[in-house]
Design a binder for this molecule. Structure first.
Ligand code: PLP
Length: 292
């Protein structure tokens, strides 16, 4: 199998609001891991691909929406690590740049109605063969969290806070697990990008039972998953032009907005060291490019 090694440095971000609040803020550049298997998707897939290989499976079947970062990551990872890949896509057949990339990486796309999509187990049984391996929507699951937990051992500095965006909560659970295993006192803070993000706490408990609770900030969803507001888009333009680090409206934009808003409210004691996880997600930008 190809190597899972990669490069993801910790890089300081200089922003006036952070300096004014006396904070040192860093990005863990998981967006640099791979152009399309970016950020947490690589970490979430790693142990699932190793398990598939150990079980002698040669074909991955996974699930998602038509703009899913996870679907594209699975397509690129399947090509790199020598698996066949099929994605079962929610909703009627469409074409977009993300799905075209999936096809170039050799992924088979199957579009199913929103009704059929609700029963993933049934869909899996319909399309699986003996050599298939199930990967849940968003790379969700305990093996995904295990991969994300490895981030903590890579850190070269100590932090008071680590912040990440959450969709399924797998990444947040992994970070909480990693902190627990390393006996650190770092607090894990999470920005759910969906409405009703309180459920993320339950997912963390389920996926990482030994980990402590994370702190959720549930009011930075900007209307819900993949929804946005002019204030967020304005913030993103300013942040990207100022720092040179690309963030997007679906995940990392909400994360950075939240941390800056909390900093301005005086949430963090002066002198705090904060690490933001850049979970990648260029496709979130492509899907909303007309808004910029
Ligand atoms: C998928 C994704 C997430 C969500 O991660 P979860 O582990 O599902 O919470 C966060 N950020 C980006 C950029 C993503 O693509």
């Amino acid at each position: 199998m190809q190597s899972f090694d990669f490069y993801s440095p910790e890089e300081q971000i200089y922003r006036a609001s952070f300096a004014e609040a006396g904070l040192s803020v860093y990005f863990k550049r998981d967006d640099l891991i791979h152009p399309y298997i970016s950020g947490n998707k690589w970490r979430k897939l790693k142990h699932q691909l190793l398990a598939a290989e150990a079980e002698g499976k040669t074909a991955l079947i996974t699930f998602g929406g038509a703009w899913s970062n996870h679907i594209l990551a699975t397509a690129a990872a399947a090509a790199k690590f020598n698996f066949q890949a099929t994605a079962i896509i929610r909703g009627e057949e469409v074409s977009n740049p993300v799905l075209s990339l999936c096809k170039v990486y050799g992924m088979q796309l199957i579009f199913v109605s929103r009704e059929d999509y609700k029963d993933k187990e049934a869909l899996y049984r319909r399309y699986a063969t003996e050599s298939s391996y199930f990967i849940d929507e968003g790379g969700y699951g305990a093996l995904g969290a295990l991969g994300c937990s490895e981030l903590i051992a890579e850190l070269t500095e100590k932090y008071d806070y680590i912040f990440c965006a959450a969709g399924t909560g797998t990444t947040a659970a992994g970070l909480a697990l990693g902190v627990e295993n390393s006996l650190l006192t770092t607090q894990i803070h999470v920005i759910p990008v969906l409405k009703g993000g309180e459920f993320i706490q339950m997912e963390v408990q389920k996926l990482a039972p030994s980990a402590k609770d994370v702190t959720l900030h549930v009011d930075y969803h900007f209307g819900g998953y993949a929804r946005t507001k002019p204030a967020l888009l304005t913030f993103i333009k300013d942040f990207v032009a100022d720092t040179g680090i690309l963030i997007e409206p679906t995940y990392t934009g909400k994360l950075c907005y939240a941390v800056e808003d909390l900093a301005q409210q005086g949430y963090f004691p002066a002198g705090s060291r904060i690490l933001l996880i850049h979970t990648g997600g260029l496709t979130g930008f492509i899907g909303m490019h007309e808004r910029f």
